[in-house]
Design a protein around this ligand. Structure first.
Ligand code: CAA
Length: 258
C-alpha cells in the first residue's frame, strides 16, 4: 500500500517504517497516525514480518502531536473523539517486537510513540522531551505514566514541569533507551537488532514481549507467577525441543514457530 506520510520497506523478515513528514518534523497529524496504525496492523498480519523498526529522519523522530491540527480542537472534540486513543492502540496491540530508532527530536507525542515501542535505540543526536506544558496541556499519549516508569519520578516530573529536553547520554543513563549509536549507523544498527530477533522463535518472542510488558502492569508477585507459567508452557513447544537440542548438538537452532 502507498502511504503519504510513511515510507515502508520490508527487508527479509523486518518491516522498516519511516515517518515521513519532513516539513513538519514528522509531527503526528491524524493522517500520519492513521497510516501508522494501518502499517503496523499490516506488518502484524504479514506472516513474513517477524520484527518491526520504527524510525523518523535525521532531524526528528517526531516533534510531537501536530500542534496546528490540535489548536483547532475544543474539549468536546478531544473528549468525544477520544483524541489519540484509537490511533495509537494498533502499536500496543501488535504482538511482534517493535524497535524505535530515534535520531533528533522525540518530543511530546514523539517521545510517547517511542516509549510505546518495545525498546528504543538512540542516535547520539537524539533529544527527548515532554514540552506539552509550554502549550498549556500535558502529555496525552501516556507520557506522564511511561516516562515515570522508565526514568523515575523526579526526572519525569522535572521533564514534564519544565519542558526541558534530555540528550541521548542522559536518556541512556536514565534507562529510557537501551543504547546509543552514531547517528549515521542508527538504522543499520536497529535493523541488525531486528534481524537478530527475527531469527528467534516467533512464539518465544511473543512470550518475552508479553512477560516484560506485564512487569509494568502488575505486582512483582503476579508478574513472576505469569513468567513462571509462560516459562512452563514453552516446554510444550517444538521450538523448546529444537533450541535445547541444537545447543547440545553444537549447531544453530532451526525454529519453526511451533
Ligand atoms: N506540530 C506541528 N508542526 C510542527 C511541530 C509540531 N509538533 N513541530 C515542528 N513543527 C513544524 C514547525 O511549525 C515548522 O513548520 P514551518 O516551517 O511551516 O513553520 C517546521 O516543523 C520546522 O520546525 P521549526 O522551524 O520550529 O524547527 P526548529 O529546528 O527551529 O525547532 C523544535 C525544532 C524545537 C522541535 C520545534 O519545532 C518545536 O519546539 N516543536 C514543537 C515541539 C512540541 O511542543 N511538541 C509537543 C507537541 S504536543 C503533544 O505532543 C501532545 C501529546 O502529548 C499528545
Amino acid at each position: 500500500m502507498a502511504y503519504k506520510t510513511l515510507i515502508v520497506d520490508i527487508e527479509e523478515h523486518v518491516a522498516l517504517i519511516r515517518l515521513n513528514r519532513p516539513d513538519a518534523l514528522n509531527a503526528l497529524n491524524s493522517e500520519l497516525l492513521a497510516e501508522l496504525a494501518e502499517a503496523v496492523t499490516q506488518a502484524g498480519a504479514n506472516d513474513k514480518v517477524r520484527c518491526i523498526v520504527l524510525t523518523g529522519s535525521e532531524k526528528a523522530f517526531a516533534a510531537g502531536a501536530d500542534i496546528k491540527e490540535m489548536s483547532e480542537k475544543n474539549f468536546v472534540d478531544a473528549f468525544a473523539g477520544d483524541l489519540f486513543t484509537d490511533e495509537t492502540e494498533a502499536l500496543l496491540r501488535c504482538r511482534k517486537p517493535i524497535i524505535a530508532a530515534v535520531a533528533g527530536y522525540a518530543l511530546g507525542g514523539g517521545c510517547e510513540l517511542a516509549m510505546m515501542c518495545d525498546f528504543i535505540i538512540a542516535a547520539d543526536t537524539a533529544k527527548f522531551g515532554q514540552p506539552e506544558i509550554n502549550l498549556g496541556v500535558v502529555a496525552g499519549i501516556g507520557g506522564t505514566q511511561r516516562l515515570t516508569r522508565f526514568v523515575g519520578k523526579s526526572k519525569s516530573m522535572e521533564m514534564h514541569l519544565t519542558g526541558r529536553f534530555m540528550d541521548a547520554e542522559e536518556a541512556e543513563r536514565s534507562g529510557l533507551v537501551s543504547r546509543i549509536v552514531p547517528a549515521k549507523k542508527l538504522v543499520e544498527e536497529a535493523m541488525a537488532a531486528a534481524h537478530k530477533i527475527a531469527e528467534k522463535s516467533a512464539i518465544t518472542t511473543m512470550v518475552v514481549k508479553e512477560a516484560v510488558n506485564r512487569s509494568y502492569e502488575t505486582t512483582l508477585r503476579e508478574g513472576i507467577l505469569f513468567e513462571r507459567r509462560v516459562f512452563h508452557s514453552l516446554f510444550a513447544t517444538e521450538d523448546q525441543k529444537e533450541g535445547m537440542s541444537a545447543f547440545l548438538e553444537k549447531r544453530e537452532p532451526q525454529f519453526r514457530d511451533k
